[in-house]
Design a protein around this ligand. Structure first.
Ligand code: GDP
Length: 443
């Protein structure tokens, strides 16, 4: 009969630290900049088509795939959908047991490797967008320049989305003024849109140096990866979209800050790597051999192996998505949402927090669920401190309001049912009754 008794796993020799100066290694490696961005804008602005075009022109997808999509799209009389479908291919929900929270698409240029968070597809799904915005280094806002469409977009989701990403801490925004082919590449139209949207974005708290406009046509591929050849477009000589994306290097990579990695997933990777975690480094750096602490459990572990973008590595830095293979720890101390730190600079476990939020619903003192990435904790809004001016962040209206209206920015205090690792400027989402009621930053 088979021996089904548990066999002790040989973890092999203890990992030895190479004692690398990780920041120096990072500089030396000429590692590409990694940048995550989110695509926002009104439904039908052309988000999917534009991203499909970007991936196609950068040769992330091949001609055969696009031809196949085109045939399928023609069958249903929507040939222009072919580019939008490009986005859906390559979305991997699960690779080697690593759950990826949000639909992601990756591509790279010679300078930067990009991740499109929450590739939009044909959805318009606010909770997904919030999750994406909380990991974004910058946002791409797509606007339909078409007659009447820009105006209805402004009344629609354009402003709401921009305000949302700003309240989640996104500082830089690139505006693709799209479908300029439908208005004969009118410079007047572009200028008018730039003026109106620029004024709104400034009011929403974006600094003008962090706002860039590009006139383009996603459908035709003009000013996306290649400069428009249409003579009517010759008035524009500024950076094209891909150049603006490359200029959007992570604004605050926080390499020299304390290590913070929020666990996205915990999994058993096999005999070689019995216990592994995945997540993105929010700040700091780490290397093989480092002893780490997991919070809130305050248990230590040793890093025996690192994978960056699923390739083995000796070290990792802020902004990278990693898998860590751990030793010297029990699985029970590692949960999605927990935070990994170094013993020298622990994150605090807190039971109360003050947050500056954008309200999506009426807020009163009420029960809420607090989400930060995969961290989830029940709590209660105990105090509405003040409603704030969206532009200046200064107090607007009276102190201690009894109600916060949807669309307002406010400061609130939330008591938590259990102590969890949270610190400013962490991005949190408040949910109640299955709905997202607010999102914002810890103070
Ligand atoms: P989304 O809802 O923002 O993802 O928009 P889609 O990418 O699905 O595009 C909506 C519609 O606009 C589709 O019929 C596209 O073919 C069309 N479209 C997208 N980009 C352009 C463009 O640059 N020029 C023109 N003329 N049409 C476009």
């Amino acid at each position: 009969t088979a021996n089904i008794e548990a066999v002790a796993i040989d973890e092999g020799p203890k990992p030895r630290s190479k004692n690398l100066d990780v920041l120096a290694e990072f500089e030396k490696s000429r590692a590409k900049n990694a940048a995550n961005f989110i695509v926002i804008g009104h439904v039908d602005a052309g988000k999917s088509t534009l991203m499909g075009r970007l991936l196609y022109d950068l040769k992330v997808v091949d001609q055969r795939t696009v031809d196949r999509y085109r045939k399928e799209a023609e069958k249903i009389g929507k040939s222009s959908f072919a580019l939008a479908w490009v986005l859906d291919q390559g979305t991997e929900e699960r690779k080697r047991g690593v759950t990826i929270d949000i639909a992601m698409n990756k591509f790279e240029t010679s300078k930067t490797s990009f991740t499109i968070l929450d590739a939009p597809g044909h959805r318009d799904f606010i909770p997904n967008m919030i999750a994406g915005a909380s990991q974004a280094d910058f946002a791409v806002l797509v606007i339909d320049a078409g007659t009447g469409n820009f105006e209805s977009g402004l009344k629609g989701q354009t402003k709401e989305h921009a305000l949302l990403v700003r309240s989640m801490g996104v500082q830089r925004i690139v505006i693709a003024v799209n479908k300029l082919d439908t208005v004969q590449w009118s410079k007047d139209r572009f200028d008018e849109i730039q003026q109106q949207v620029g004024a709104f974005l400034t009011a929403a708290g974006f600094q003008s140096r962090n706002v860039a406009f590009v006139p383009c046509s996603g459908l035709n591929g003009d000013n996306i990866v290649k400069r428009a050849e249409d003579a009517r477009a010759s008035w524009y000589t500024g950076p094209i979209l891909i150049e603006q994306l490359e200029a959007s290097e992570p604004t605050n990579r926080s390499l020299d800050k304390p290590l913070r990695l929020t666990i996205a997933d915990v999994f058993r990777g096999g005999v070689q790597n019995p216990l592994s975690i995945s997540g993105r480094l929010d700040s700091g750096c780490l290397q093989v051999g480092d002893r780490i602490v997991t919070m809130p459990a305050k248990e230590t572990a040793v890093i025996r192996g690192i994978e960056v973008d699923l390739e083995p590595a000796d070290w990792a830095v802020a902004g990278q998505n990693v898998v860590l293979h751990l030793t010297d720890i029990e699985q029970q101390y590692l949960k999605p949402g927990d935070v990994i730190c170094l013993p020298s600079a622990l994150i605090q476990n807190v039971t109360a927090m003050t947050v500056k939020i954008l309200a999506f619903d009426h807020l009163t003192p009420m029960h809420v669920e607090v989400h930060r990435g995969r961290l989830q904790v029940a709590g209660r809004i105990t105090q509405l401190v003040a409603v704030l001016d969206k532009v200046t962040g200064a107090m607007a209206g009276k102190k201690k309001p009894r109600l916060v209206q949807p669309g307002s920015v406010a400061r609130v205090v939330v008591q938590l049912d259990s102590a969890v690792p949270l610190e400013a400027p962490g991005k949190v989402i408040l949910r109640a009754g299955g709905q997202t009621v607010a999102a914002g930053l810890l103070e």
